[in-house]
Design a protein around this ligand. Structure first.
Ligand code: PEP
Ligand code: MN
Length: 350
């Protein structure tokens, strides 16, 4: 042993355990690794001082104080929340599309079919949404489907039909953009770009929509913590697009009786920690049409700024998500109940 020379500094670091690292920290790193080492060192220092935690990490794991959820202000869900945190804009963000204000005192009802299927289907739905008092029309032209054999949307033809429905009813349109390559075409007919649950952490897509100056409806990833969710919004905002609308749409839990578990606790938590508008999608959140009305009411009671509801003229024949879609009649019957709940908490429907 005594005759062997000491390994180079880098190798020594690799061989030593955490307890020994302090003794080798002063070794000069190779020039090529200097900047990487510097950012690693900064990250370590931030972690040690509690300023940076991995989202979802508990205080117990680090032996430091847990996230203080009682603190309004925003950055306590994650210290990297610079633009999305409530304290960055305490008055709150209002996203305005064609005169509809999302995030203001009025509760905005967004409704329409899961997928655009035909001109007749979409125009009938758009008229039902308008007649019922909805403010924004939804409809998927590009559909993310679990099975590649399911109906995946009419794509460009679907966009054309959405533009037609918007022209006829005057309702602003929200539709999903799944791929940055379609952005220009989607933007031509959409007033709001939807980024779906499955793409919540598609960081290149987030970056692309962050470059746009069109509002983004960012759905919560089905397995995302609220910190991860807000960091996804931060990605969009960092690109210069501050018009982000958040949408709780249910998360995966151990409960199999509903499609997802609608996390209504997310609403007050998000409202406390971010200035962005928060809406709720009780259709995907439950997967069951009969549960949509009670949870839509509950979402408004919990403080949601709006709802995203799937409606279809003939749910039994819908090409996607018929089981969770309200018929036009059910939608019409729900709207006065939503208005009553909004009034009970001092709000009204937008
Ligand atoms: C949708 O809104 O039709 C949709 C696919 O939603 P999510 O991304 O929440 O599943
Ligand atoms: Mn759907």
């Amino acid at each position: 042993m005594g005759g062997r020379s000491a390994p180079p500094a880098r190798e020594r670091r690799a061989r030593t355990g955490p307890a020994q690292r302090a003794t080798v920290r002063s070794a000069e790193p190779a020039a090529s690794t200097r900047s990487a080492s510097a950012s690693l060192a900064k990250a370590r220092e931030q972690r040690a001082s509690g300023r940076r935690r991995e989202p979802g990490a508990t205080g117990r794991a680090t032996g430091r104080a847990t996230t203080d959820v009682s603190t309004a202000g925003g950055r306590c869900l994650d210290p990297d929340l610079r633009l999305a945190a409530r304290d960055a804009k305490p008055a709150g963000t209002v996203v305005e599309v064609r005169g509809v204000r999302i995030g203001g005192p009025g509760v905005v009802i967004i409704a329409g079919p899961c997928a655009v299927e035909s001109e007749t289907q979409l125009l009938a739905a758009a008229r039902a949404v308008k007649a019922g008092g909805g403010s924004v029309l939804r409809g998927g032209a590009f559909k993310p489907r679990t099975s590649p054999y399911s109906f995946r949307g009419l794509e460009l033809e679907g966009l054309r039909l959405l533009a037609l429905a918007r022209a006829e009813t005057g309702l602003p349109v929200v539709t999903e953009v799944m791929d940055a390559r379609h952005l220009e075409q989607v933007m031509a007919c959409a007033d709001i770009l939807q980024v779906g649950s499955r793409n919540m952490q598609n960081f290149t897509l987030l970056e692309e929509v962050g470059r746009c100056r069109v509002p983004v409806l960012l759905k919560r990833g089905m397995s995302a913590t609220l910190a991860e969710y807000l960091l996804a919004a931060e990605h969009v905002m960092k690109g210069g697009n501050g018009q982000v609308i958040l949408c709780e749409r249910g998360i995966r839990t151990f409960e199999p009786s509903t499609r997802y578990t609608l996390d209504l606790g997310a609403v007050p938590m998000l409202k406390r920690h971010t200035h962005l508008p928060v809406i709720v999608d009780p259709s995907h959140g439950t997967g069951v049409a009969w549960m949509v009305p009670p949870l839509a009411c509950a979402a408004i009671a919990a403080g949601a700024d709006g709802l995203l509801i799937e409606v279809h003229g003939d749910p039994a024949r819908a090409l996607s998500d018929g089981g969770q879609s309200l018929s036009h009649g059910e939608f019409a019957a729900l709207m006065p109940k939503l208005a009553a709940v909004a009034a009970a908490i001092g709000r009204s429907l937008a």
